[in-house]
Design a protein around this ligand. Structure first.
Ligand code: BYC
Length: 315
């Protein structure tokens, strides 16, 4: 294609975005826009699927039938979110198997938070309250993403995530109002999950290589730091309400800014975790690889059946 033509197409594309018209799969789009979306959406899908692992580990140990049924439903919802997101990524021409292979080879990332272990039942509450809470804060903004299939997938996902967040908070509220040992479990879960949840929003804006372009394309509507601040402002009062202490000595309401001030984030830990050196990285990727290998016979059988059917139809 001629350079002049491409510039013209790019201008029309940006103009559509500026006028809040959604970009749909068959519309012209710059290659870099397509690549950015494939990167972000496939990583988002991987996060949903890997995110099932720490919670699934507690299904058999849930303390009663109600908690077990709720947790089972939540973990199933996460699988559904992964599937919508893989399908939405395919609308950009990505091959699903390739994106999954990228997860298994370590080429593609998934959310840093899932490289931390769920050590106690209270962690299931902390995951729902903090992890799903942080996820919603980010995903509500993604409902207005410029790419239609991603934005629409987010609407349903956000509805389910909001139920997840509330079940987590309700679980921790019950523990925080229980025996001293139960309250201690709840506080310990908050202590371990607070900072990793804060890191979920990604690096500070001035250290985020993808943000400026993604904001211009309206893939991202709010910056990493703005979303993080909104999350802290919304979550601190929730902790206070149930008598838990956020593990940050410098956390303080600032009358002037109308926001909480908080301690510097340990970015070294964040980069280590997303670089593959978190407490559970190896375990998580191994579990996903094993799931693929163990399920191979089902895929093979489905493919053989489909081929046989096609042959029969064309005969
Ligand atoms: N973890 O330039 P930046 C859930 C990477 S799961 C790992 O700011 P961007 C749930 C980033 O990818 C919710 N990596 O990037 C499921 C980039 O590396 P690459 C998951 C991170 O894309 C089960 C580099 O750091 N949500 O709901 O503009 C149970 C520089 O960052 C992280 C999503 O995936 C991280 N935390 O912004 C419970 C939302 N942060 O790719 C709950 C969709 C940054 O260049 N994703 N990196 O190699 C997004 O909104 C954006 O991709 C991010 C990062 C805000 C995460």
């Amino acid at each position: 294609m001629k350079v002049v033509e491409t510039i013209d197409l790019e201008q029309k594309f940006q103009d559509k975005i500026d006028r809040e018209i959604k970009i749909e799969p068959n519309d012209w789009m710059p290659e870099a826009y397509r690549k950015t979306l494939i990167r972000q959406m496939s990583q988002h899908a991987h996060s949903e699927i890997v995110g099932m692992l720490p919670e699934a580990n507690w299904i058999t140990r849930a303390p009663n039938l109600r908690r077990k049924a709720v947790l089972l439903a939540k973990v199933q919802d996460e699988a559904g979110h992964g599937l919508y997101l893989y399908s939405a990524t395919e609308t950009l021409g990505a091959d699903r198997e390739d994106t999954i292979d990228d997860l298994h080879s370590g080429k593609a990332k998934y959310s840093s938070i899932f490289n931390y272990p769920a050590l106690s039942w209270a962690d299931i509450g902390a995951i729902g309250w903090l992890v799903d809470g942080a996820a919603i804060m980010n995903q509500v903004a993604l409902c207005r993403c410029s790419y239609g299939p991603y934005a629409r997938a987010m609407v349903k996902i956000c509805k389910e995530e909001s139920f997840h967040q509330r079940q987590g908070y309700e679980l921790l509220t019950t523990l925080a109002n229980g025996s001293p040992e139960q309250k201690e479990l709840a506080q310990d879960a908050l202590n371990r999950f607070w900072w990793p949840a804060i890191m979920m929003f990604g690096p500070n804006d001035d250290e985020s290589p993808n943000s400026a372009q993604s904001m211009k394309w309206k893939i991202k509507r709010l910056s990493n730091d703005d979303l993080r601040q909104n999350f802290i402002d919304a979550t601190v009062p929730q902790a206070e309400l149930i008598g838990l202490k956020v593990p940050d000595e410098n956390l303080k309401w600032n009358e002037e800014t109308g926001h909480y001030d908080f301690s510097p984030i340990n970015w070294d830990e964040f980069w280590q975790v997303i670089g593959g050196n978190g407490p559970c990285n190896k375990q998580r990727v191994d579990a996903r690889r094993k799931a693929k290998e163990d399920g191979m016979w089902v895929r093979d059988a489905a493919m053989a059946f489909a081929e046989k059917r096609m042959k029969k139809q064309s005969a």
